[in-house]
Design a protein around this ligand. Sequence first.
Ligand SMILES: NC(=O)c1ccc[n+]([C@@H]2O[C@H](COP(=O)([O-])OP(=O)(O)OC[C@H]3O[C@@H](n4cnc5c(N)ncnc54)[C@H](O)[C@@H]3O)[C@@H](O)[C@H]2O)c1
Length: 389
Amino acid sequence: MAEKRWNVGIIGCGHIFDAYARLSRVFKPINLVACSDVDMSIGQRRAGQYGLEALTVDELLARPDIEVVINLTNPSSHALVTEAILNAGKHAYTEKPLALAMPDANRLLATAKAQGRLIGSAPDTFLGGAHQAARRLVDEGRLGVVKSGSAHFMNHGMEHWHPNPFPYFQVGAGPVLDMGPYYVTALVALLGPVRRVVALASKFFEERQVTADGPAKNTVVPVTTPTTSQALIEFRSGAQIHFSVSYDNWGHGHTNPIELHGTRASLMVPDPNYFGGALTIIDAEGRHSVETAATVFGNLNWQEPAGATISNYRGLGLADLLSAAESGRQPRASGELSRHVLEVLLGIVKSAEINDFVAIESTVEPPAPLTEKDAALLKAADAPSTFMA
Ligand SMILES: NC(=O)c1ccc[n+]([C@@H]2O[C@H](COP(=O)([O-])OP(=O)(O)OC[C@H]3O[C@@H](n4cnc5c(N)ncnc54)[C@H](O)[C@@H]3O)[C@@H](O)[C@H]2O)c1
């Protein structure tokens, strides 16, 4: 498993590029060689920073030695760019969401199949040490039958830290499509596919003032999509989860981003925005903590400027996809998984619009668990142990 190193290119050199470029050194199968952006001044600057080749998008797609491309463009470009990557005969791995509409998502999966290439998508945090520990507990029956639970993401938006917050407040984004993928992917990986959803939505503000440093500072972002949504998600297993997301909330007290309540025990699951964290199980005997900091991809490796050290292994889903391409198995952060998650998220948006339940038509097998042994095989022998963000 994971003997080959693949030449990888990136399209889209914005905010999240840094994390991918730096963390690529953690993964044995990834050899990052080139980058590209529609704005080549950015592409050239990033290439210089990381010793990469700066190529236009067309040049990158035409290069036979680059077999894999990561799509880090804005969500409205995801489908177009991923399709171009696949049509160039390369494996594609895209940031979330896979696309903004189901016909696009379906077309991408069909194109990958026709080209004999793999398609994968972030988020890959569900492959981290914490969520894989949760998966083991659920699979072992430690919780009994999971009947209910909750997932929360709440903050006050992007305009105070992201230099380009505009896309996040437009149709096709908002907290449901931007942050929802982390929570719903983690839940589908733990509980299986979703049967139906129902939701209400609102927005607190019609516009937002950008305070983040950068060219957009002090400009106004019109808000064209709901920024607070509350959904109920019914899984095919019967589990019912309350899912609440907001870019309007000044603070909250939900210290456990995900809670699962089963017939034998309740499980507090760390934030699927990250790869690590400690779990708590509560049962008739009391509270038990499960630490994951010693796991391969739950290890604390990323020092945030504010002082906290977190687990950050962005790119793990791609490393797994490349290992899958080598061995002929299915990738875990697969196109099928992200298509199902997209349908759930679009269903939440639609439910609030039509004031009714939305049935989810697609289904997916939960991805195979990532054992510690398999995780270790994806890690480069000389992976840096700490990064300063
Ligand atoms: N910023 C974060 O913290 C973060 C975290 C996780 C995931 N993401 C995801 O990563 C993606 C990128 O986010 P970002 O914050 O880096 O955005 P960004 O706006 O900072 O950067 C996007 C870059 O893509 C380029 N681009 C857009 N369309 C293009 C095209 N058709 N061809 C080539 N280049 C194109 C833009 O010029 C820009 O440089 C989004 O899907 C986002 O959801 C972002």
